[in-house]
Design a protein around this ligand. Structure first.
Ligand code: XMP
Ligand code: MG
Length: 171
């Protein structure tokens, strides 16, 4: 049975420091523009909340979900919590973790069709060993080993999202 590790992979302090660095970089890159930060639910809501409070450029926040098909874990459709303008906007997708790359690859293709002015991706965590689709994020928090991680928004069966640090499940 999966069990929570007692060790910590990334502490709250490490996460806060890296988010601040990313926010500085993004604020510089988007100077003079209004960013549309698109949170991919549910796992990314903590990253989004911490990131936007460190930005110095104007930002609007949108939320989407990707539903997966029943047979396998391939994306099926984007669900918009409320519809929002993509055409002509500077879109930054915020994802908790880049694993096989299938989800982000699908989303980038879908959103590109609506003609954004720019489309970039921020991932908090990158499990590059697990990649099936060739894709790199524009902004990456941390490269991590190929383990099932939880905390700071990430869940195991909807549990552990509230942990202020990131740890992993022991199988
Ligand atoms: P792909 O494989 O499409 O999937 O890049 C990315 C999505 O899979 C989920 N995922 C995880 N969720 N701990 C989690 O809580 C993990 O270690 C993990 N690895 C992948 C996540 O929802 C992400 O959006
Ligand atoms: Mg999940």
């Amino acid at each position: 049975m999966a069990e929570l590790s007692k060790e910590v992979l990334l502490t709250a302090e490490q996460l806060a420091k890296r988010i601040e660095e990313l926010a500085e970089e993004i604020s510089r890159d988007y100077q003079g523009r209004t960013l549309t930060a698109v949170c991919i639910l549910k796992g990314s809501f903590v990253t989004l909340a911490d990131l936007i409070r460190k930005l110095t450029c104007p930002v609007s926040c949108e939320f989407i979900r990707v539903s997966l098909s029943d047979e396998n874990d391939t994306p099926r459709e984007v669900q918009y919590t409320t519809p929002f303008e993509i055409a002509g906007k500077d879109i930054l997708l915020i994802e908790d973790i880049l694993d096989t790359g299938v989800t982000l690859n699908y989303l980038i293709n879908q959103l590109s069709e609506s003609g954004p002015r720019s489309l970039r991706v921020l991932v908090l965590l990158d499990k590059s060993e697990a990649r099936k689709v060739e894709i790199e994020a524009d902004y990456t928090g941390f490269k991590i080993p190929n383990r099932f991680v939880v905390g700071y928004g990430l869940d195991f069966n909807e549990r552990y999202r509230e942990l202020p640090y990131i740890t992993w499940m022991k199988s």
